[in-house]
Design a protein around this ligand. Sequence first.
Ligand code: SAM
Length: 286
Amino acid sequence: MIKNPDPRIKNKLTIRAQNKHNNFGVGVDLQIQQLFRDKYGSTGSPLRDDKWKEFIQDAIRLKNGEPLDYIIGWAPFLNCKIDLSLKPLVPRTETEFWIEKAIREIKKFIQNNSRKTIKILDIFSGSGCIGVAALKNIPGSRITFSEIDPQLIKQIKISLKLNKISPKQYKLIKSDTFKNITGRYDFILANPPYIPLKIKNKVQKEVLKYEPQKALFGGRDGLYFIKKLINQSPKFFNSGGQLWMEFNPSQKTAITKLFKQNKNFKNTEFYKDQYKKWRFLKTEKI
Ligand SMILES: C[S@@+](CC[C@H](N)C(=O)[O-])C[C@H]1O[C@@H](n2cnc3c(N)ncnc32)[C@H](O)[C@@H]1O
């Protein structure tokens, strides 16, 4: 486990751990307690009238289905604080799960290859949770964040500052997938939009109402960006480079076929998330 030095983050994580699959599974009462503690309750003294009014407004937002993390304004991700003021996709616990494993393996890779620095591309960065966590937890990591939405480039900068990360350690690029990407990387970490449009009616209405649609859908079968990653990433790897990617459990068979057709990767391994659903893969560039 990665050490978590901030007790507030730890508390928040404890509640998130009780959350089954998403950010809306926790009972509203429990969420109100969490809201009170994380946004209003740190001093232990009674709330002033204006703060009390604000708290009631927030509780109404919560009852109406707005994600708790948007109302609090930030989310914990490994031992980092991810700002959500510009409303990126709320980081999911499933993503946190595989990024923790990726970080462990990247550290081993650094040790085994006696490397001082390591180049990582966080493509489809959104809030920047993946790259920020990597920077915070992997000494010697250099991250390129790439995202299509210019507002989210600003959002990532806020979290980089919040987590006191030196500008020497990262680059930010506004890019449509790989269009503006140059250079080669040891690792590409990707959580692309992958929900199939054909199951849009099954997506929670709160997610559709509050979270950015651009972050959710990957074409009719959800594979639009996954195909781009598999087909276009090979020329952006250093030798021995690895692609780690999140996907929807229903896509495992289709993705297996895509790797069979593409001869640029070896040792592709699929993994389940903490809820026992196929969720992410790791593969090596040949
Ligand atoms: C599923 S979210 C992932 C966000 C973050 N990495 C995470 O794990 O929480 C996908 C992100 O890809 C971005 N995106 C959508 N289309 C894109 C494109 N054509 N090129 C680059 N980024 C894109 C969205 O704006 C969104 O922030």
